[in-house]
Design a protein around this ligand. Structure first.
Ligand SMILES: [Zn+2]
Ligand SMILES: [Zn+2]
Length: 150
Protein backbone atom coordinates (compact mmCIF):
# COMPACT_ATOMS: atom_id res chain seq x y z
CA UNK A 1 0.00 0.00 0.00
CA UNK A 2 1.17 3.46 -0.88
CA UNK A 3 1.16 6.02 1.88
CA UNK A 4 -0.32 8.99 0.06
CA UNK A 5 0.33 11.39 2.90
CA UNK A 6 3.99 10.42 3.00
CA UNK A 7 4.16 10.86 -0.77
CA UNK A 8 2.64 14.29 -0.54
CA UNK A 9 4.86 15.56 2.25
CA UNK A 10 7.87 14.17 0.45
CA UNK A 11 6.71 15.90 -2.72
CA UNK A 12 6.54 19.18 -0.87
CA UNK A 13 10.05 18.81 0.45
CA UNK A 14 11.98 17.59 -2.54
CA UNK A 15 11.63 17.37 -6.25
CA UNK A 16 8.91 14.84 -6.84
CA UNK A 17 10.93 12.92 -9.38
CA UNK A 18 13.81 12.32 -7.00
CA UNK A 19 11.85 11.72 -3.85
CA UNK A 20 9.11 9.41 -5.01
CA UNK A 21 10.20 7.23 -7.82
CA UNK A 22 12.31 4.58 -6.26
CA UNK A 23 11.65 1.65 -8.52
CA UNK A 24 12.94 1.47 -12.05
CA UNK A 25 9.59 0.19 -13.30
CA UNK A 26 7.76 3.33 -12.23
CA UNK A 27 10.51 5.50 -13.60
CA UNK A 28 10.38 3.74 -16.97
CA UNK A 29 6.61 4.06 -17.17
CA UNK A 30 6.71 7.75 -16.32
CA UNK A 31 9.55 8.31 -18.78
CA UNK A 32 7.57 6.57 -21.52
CA UNK A 33 4.51 8.69 -20.76
CA UNK A 34 6.53 11.89 -20.76
CA UNK A 35 8.14 10.94 -24.05
CA UNK A 36 5.00 9.89 -25.90
CA UNK A 37 3.24 13.19 -25.07
CA UNK A 38 -0.26 11.79 -25.49
CA UNK A 39 -2.70 9.60 -23.63
CA UNK A 40 -1.97 5.87 -23.82
CA UNK A 41 -3.65 2.78 -22.42
CA UNK A 42 -1.88 0.26 -20.18
CA UNK A 43 -1.71 -2.10 -23.17
CA UNK A 44 -0.18 0.56 -25.36
CA UNK A 45 2.36 1.09 -22.59
CA UNK A 46 3.29 -2.60 -22.72
CA UNK A 47 4.26 -2.09 -26.37
CA UNK A 48 5.98 1.24 -25.75
CA UNK A 49 8.15 -0.23 -23.02
CA UNK A 50 9.06 -3.15 -25.23
CA UNK A 51 10.01 -1.08 -28.26
CA UNK A 52 11.70 1.79 -26.45
CA UNK A 53 13.32 0.18 -23.42
CA UNK A 54 13.35 -3.53 -24.31
CA UNK A 55 11.42 -4.12 -21.09
CA UNK A 56 8.55 -6.56 -21.02
CA UNK A 57 6.15 -5.88 -18.19
CA UNK A 58 2.81 -7.53 -17.58
CA UNK A 59 -0.25 -5.27 -17.88
CA UNK A 60 -1.13 -5.95 -14.21
CA UNK A 61 2.23 -4.69 -13.08
CA UNK A 62 1.83 -1.62 -15.29
CA UNK A 63 -1.59 -0.94 -13.79
CA UNK A 64 -0.14 -1.12 -10.29
CA UNK A 65 2.64 1.32 -11.14
CA UNK A 66 0.18 3.65 -12.84
CA UNK A 67 -2.05 3.63 -9.77
CA UNK A 68 0.96 4.59 -7.65
CA UNK A 69 2.03 7.36 -10.02
CA UNK A 70 -1.55 8.63 -10.10
CA UNK A 71 -1.72 8.80 -6.30
CA UNK A 72 1.50 10.80 -6.32
CA UNK A 73 -0.01 13.27 -8.81
CA UNK A 74 2.58 12.42 -11.44
CA UNK A 75 0.13 10.78 -13.84
CA UNK A 76 -3.54 11.42 -14.59
CA UNK A 77 -6.03 8.79 -15.62
CA UNK A 78 -8.32 9.94 -18.41
CA UNK A 79 -11.50 8.17 -17.45
CA UNK A 80 -13.32 9.07 -20.68
CA UNK A 81 -10.79 7.07 -22.67
CA UNK A 82 -9.36 4.71 -20.03
CA UNK A 83 -5.90 6.04 -20.85
CA UNK A 84 -3.08 7.62 -18.91
CA UNK A 85 -1.11 10.81 -19.38
CA UNK A 86 1.84 12.34 -17.52
CA UNK A 87 0.92 15.38 -15.43
CA UNK A 88 2.07 18.53 -17.20
CA UNK A 89 2.98 20.06 -13.87
CA UNK A 90 5.46 17.49 -12.54
CA UNK A 91 8.26 20.05 -12.29
CA UNK A 92 6.49 21.85 -9.49
CA UNK A 93 7.11 20.45 -6.05
CA UNK A 94 3.58 20.65 -4.72
CA UNK A 95 0.75 18.89 -6.56
CA UNK A 96 -1.58 21.25 -8.38
CA UNK A 97 -5.22 21.83 -7.56
CA UNK A 98 -7.85 20.86 -10.11
CA UNK A 99 -6.66 21.11 -13.69
CA UNK A 100 -8.47 20.77 -16.99
CA UNK A 101 -7.51 18.19 -19.59
CA UNK A 102 -8.35 18.77 -23.24
CA UNK A 103 -8.31 15.37 -24.92
CA UNK A 104 -8.42 14.87 -28.70
CA UNK A 105 -10.36 11.68 -29.25
CA UNK A 106 -8.79 11.19 -32.69
CA UNK A 107 -5.04 11.58 -32.09
CA UNK A 108 -5.07 11.18 -28.28
CA UNK A 109 -3.23 14.45 -27.79
CA UNK A 110 -3.74 15.96 -24.36
CA UNK A 111 -3.20 19.47 -23.10
CA UNK A 112 -3.38 20.16 -19.41
CA UNK A 113 -4.32 23.61 -18.18
CA UNK A 114 -4.37 24.58 -14.54
CA UNK A 115 -7.62 26.19 -13.44
CA UNK A 116 -7.12 29.57 -11.87
CA UNK A 117 -7.71 29.97 -8.15
CA UNK A 118 -11.12 31.61 -8.48
CA UNK A 119 -12.46 28.75 -10.59
CA UNK A 120 -11.09 26.13 -8.23
CA UNK A 121 -12.55 27.77 -5.16
CA UNK A 122 -15.83 28.25 -7.01
CA UNK A 123 -15.93 24.52 -7.69
CA UNK A 124 -14.98 23.75 -4.09
CA UNK A 125 -17.73 26.00 -2.79
CA UNK A 126 -20.36 24.49 -5.09
CA UNK A 127 -19.29 21.01 -4.05
CA UNK A 128 -19.50 21.96 -0.36
CA UNK A 129 -22.90 23.53 -0.91
CA UNK A 130 -24.20 20.22 -2.20
CA UNK A 131 -22.37 18.21 0.43
CA UNK A 132 -19.38 16.98 -1.53
CA UNK A 133 -15.63 17.09 -1.30
CA UNK A 134 -13.88 17.00 -4.66
CA UNK A 135 -11.44 14.13 -5.06
CA UNK A 136 -10.71 14.45 -8.80
CA UNK A 137 -7.37 15.96 -9.74
CA UNK A 138 -8.77 17.15 -13.06
CA UNK A 139 -11.74 17.83 -15.29
CA UNK A 140 -11.79 15.97 -18.61
CA UNK A 141 -13.05 17.42 -21.86
CA UNK A 142 -13.59 15.29 -24.94
CA UNK A 143 -12.32 17.30 -27.95
CA UNK A 144 -11.05 17.25 -31.50
CA UNK A 145 -7.83 19.19 -32.01
CA UNK A 146 -7.27 21.63 -34.87
CA UNK A 147 -4.76 19.33 -36.56
CA UNK A 148 -7.35 16.54 -36.74
CA UNK A 149 -10.12 18.88 -37.88
CA UNK A 150 -8.16 19.85 -40.96
ZN1 LIG B 1 -1.60 17.51 -13.62
ZN1 LIG C 1 -6.12 15.44 -32.72
Amino acid sequence: MVDIQACLSQAEKTCRLQGLIRTTKRKLILTALLQVKKAVSAYELVELLETQFKESLAPMSIYRSLAFLEKCHLVHKLNIANKFVACADIINEAPHKTSQLFFCQLCQRVDEVKLDATKTSDLDNKAKQFGYQILSSHIELNCICNACLR
